[in-house]
Design a protein around this ligand. Structure first.
Ligand code: NAP
Length: 657
């Protein structure tokens, strides 16, 4: 779909040359609240937004395909959709973007609850009705692009997104990637069961929406294939240097450039320079091993989940899994029944949401609808965007007057506790003695909320054991717990997470005054204006930087797009105004960090009972954003140069182009 003066042109899909009967068959599988929105676009009739066609609000994280409509209303919708599509297929059409008040009504009807006006622009970008890049449109950019060339570190979602937009703007760039292939976290995490727990149709770029995701929640291989496809389609593949790690980067004040030293697999150290430096290495990039005595003594095979060896097959083996985070919660159900026996070593229990869509495949009919019915995929995505939007955010605010703060932090959070506890009771019915070990003593969302991908079902199996005793040491044969018991294993898996708070580590980044990021941040206290820019580090833009991880909803892909848009806005300003350096003002940065910290003080992750990877040793939340998605969207929409010290490039030589 492309936006054009006076409307949106939607090409007629050849596949729509189906017969009425074939269309009826496929429409019978449609998601009705989504189809209703296509119908409004196709017919221009707003009666589809009135009773009896208004869907009910879905509950929890589950969706409902029929929208709760009566059989008669359902029949009307399906018949009208079929007729509209049969009419539509005969010619190409131009439709108008509906007026703002109609859009608000459409959005509200689609999700079955009132959507506030402030969400309209952001949602239109997600649906594909407007262009997220409009704020920095490359067409109007002037200036010498070759002078703002960009070095990106990392070919994961963020780095690729940055490269794709630079390619669009025809600004020279290179991605330096330490791995031999692209994909970032989705390349590195190869443990059995690895998948994403954000919906597939949301966990993708807004500008490259894929209709044929095989599952509602994608597995690792599908996400990697998608990223590969994006890199090829947008022509960035040849600009990636694989197998090359960045050792350090230093700002050269005189030349206003970054000098970056890299090391390739063959050990060769090379020096590159660039006007702009963009570390896009993510927060979950460096695996963290625990500090347990005797780890080197183990005779069997040991692996971290994020460093899973290609040849590690646990079939028929006795496996220990240390940790109960998101990685363990996927791994254990995947290897239970394959391994001879699995023992889970749990230091803290977790809250986990049930989700029937987790393993569900997307039917060919639904893929067809997503690919061929005009506006359908955009609105389908909007539904998920909304379900995973800011709804949870208010429930994460601590109510100081709420009693029993160790249980829950406000009435809705208490409801979440009860709902999740009921889920555990149901799943653990066959082994109720496990319940006391599985119900956390901290409020839901105190740690990252997990999804139950068969975790509790695995725990009740005869060939799976939950061990809650403290690990005293690791020895040649396995694990000794504090009660003196030796547990024998063939394989030890560390599902112990990442050095998430050590951002942009281990590379050394030296700024204008010679200080490094590490000296500034210490090991666990990174800060950046909007999570992107740091005083003293001109022309440095971090992606997925401090306080940008999402703990209440959304997808980090969405956040990456917002950060990339901000950077592109800045590059455009640099080009248009012939700036060679921009550096965020210290007071602007400090004020932002103060607001972040204040917002976090009211949020669950700062709760005294919550121990999570978001908070540093001093109790400050370093990784997560405290903002609603719509607030961060608005803060990052376009950079404000008044917040920056800027340095104009020396006048170009007369013969320069
Ligand atoms: P994690 O959430 O940090 O979990 C690490 C686990 O290891 C925790 O249970 C922790 O216990 C335990 N642990 C750490 N050190 C230990 C020690 N010395 N002794 C015993 N237990 C120890 O790591 P993760 O599971 O790899 O997940 C990290 C993040 O990656 C997730 O939160 C998520 O953002 C992302 N991720 C996402 C997906 C997905 O989309 N489905 C999948 C995997 C990962 P405590 O809780 O007591 O600290």
């Amino acid at each position: 779909m492309s936006e054009a003066a006076g409307g949106i042109v939607t090409p007629v899909s050849a596949a729509l040359a189906a017969s009425a009967a074939e269309l009826d068959d496929v429409l019978a599988r449609a998601h009705i609240p989504t189809l209703l929105m296509s119908l409004v676009h196709l017919t221009g009739e707003t009666r589809w937004l009135e009773p009896p066609y208004t869907p009910q609000r879905p509950r929890g994280s589950q969706d409902h395909d029929d929208g709760g409509l009566s059989p008669e209303a359902l029949e009307d919708v399906l018949r009208a959709a079929r007729d509209a599509l049969l009419g539509w297929r005969t010619e190409g059409r131009r439709t108008s973007v509906p007026a703002r008040e109609v859009l608000v009504r459409m959005m509200s009807v689609c999700v079955g609850e009132s959507v506030a006006d402030e969400y309209v622009e952001m949602a239109c970008e997600e649906i594909g009705l407007t262009d997220r890049d409009a704020t920095w449109s490359p067409r109007r950019t002037v200036g010498r692009r070759e002078e703002v060339e960009v070095l990106i570190v990392g070919a994961g979602f963020s780095g690729l997104c940055m490269a794709i937009k630079l390619e669009r703007a025809r600004i020279p760039y290179r991605i330096l990637e330490k791995n031999p292939e692209l994909g970032g976290t989705w390349l590195e995490n190869a443990y059995p069961g690895c998948a994403v727990d954000s919906p597939s149709h949301l966990y993708q770029f807004s500008f490259e929406q894929q209709a044929d995701w095989p599952r509602y929640y994608s597995r690792r291989a599908d996400i990697r294939a998608y990223l590969e496809h994006c890199a090829r389609k947008y022509g960035v593949l040849e600009n990636i240097t694989f197998g090359t790690a960045v050792l350090d980067a230093a700002w050269d004040e005189e030349d206003a450039r970054w000098v970056v030293r890299t090391r390739a697999g063959d050990g060769v150290v090379e020096e590159l320079t660039a006007r702009v430096f963009v570390p896009a290495v993510g927060q979950l990039n460096r695996p963290a091993l625990p500090d347990i005595p005797g780890m080197d003594d183990f005779d069997g095979r040991a692996a971290h989940t994020a460093l899973w060896p290609d040849d590690l097959d646990v079939a028929g083996l006795r496996v220990a899994v240390i940790g109960t985070g998101a990685s363990a919660m996927q791994l254990v159900p995947a290897i239970a029944g394959v391994a001879a026996h699995v023992t889970v070593f749990q230091r803290s229990p977790q809250w986990a949401v049930p989700n029937a869509d987790l393993g569900r495949e997307v039917s060919p009919e639904v893929q067809w609808l997503l690919a061929n019915v005009p506006f359908y995929s955009g609105w389908f995505r909007f539904r998920q965007f909304w379900l995973w939007n800011d709804n949870v955010w208010p429930t994460l605010q601590i109510d100081p007057d709420w009693p029993d703060q160790h249980r829950s932090i406000n009435p809705q959070n208490e409801q979440h506790r009860r709902f999740l506890t009921r889920h555990m009771q149901e799943r653990l019915a066959a082994a109720p003695e496990l319940l006391e070990h599985c119900v956390p003593d901290y409020p839901p969302y105190g740690k990252r909320m997990l999804m139950d991908a068969g975790w509790y079902d695995a725990l009740v199996r005869d060939d799976v054991a939950l061990e809650t005793g403290t690990i005293e040491r690791i020895n040649a044969g396995g694990v000794r717990t504090a009660d003196g018991t030796d547990h024998a294993f063939d394989v030890l898996v560390y599902a112990t997470g990442f050095h998430a708070r050590r951002l942009i580590w281990p590379m050394e980044v030296r700024g204008r005054e010679g200080r490094t990021l590490r000296e500034l941040w210490g090991d666990d206290d990174a800060t950046a204006h909007l999570g992107i820019t740091v005083p003293g580090f001109p022309n440095l833009f971090t992606l997925y930087g401090p306080n940008t991880n999402l703990g209440h909803g959304g997808s980090v892909v969405f956040h990456a797009e917002l950060q990339v848009r901000y950077v592109m806005g800045m590059l455009r300003a640099m080009l248009d105004r012939d700036l060679e350096a921009v550096e965020v003002r210290q007071d602007v940065h400090d004020d932002y960090v103060r607001r972040v910290d204040e917002a976090h003080d009211r949020m669950i992750w700062s709760h005294e009972g919550a121990k999570n990877w978001y908070r540093n040793a001093a109790g400050r939340v370093v990784t997560n954003s405290p903002w609603r998605l719509v607030d961060y969207w608005s803060m990052t929409r376009r950079p404000d140069l008044a917040e920056y010290h800027v340095r104009t490039a020396p006048a170009a030589a007369p013969d320069a182009g």
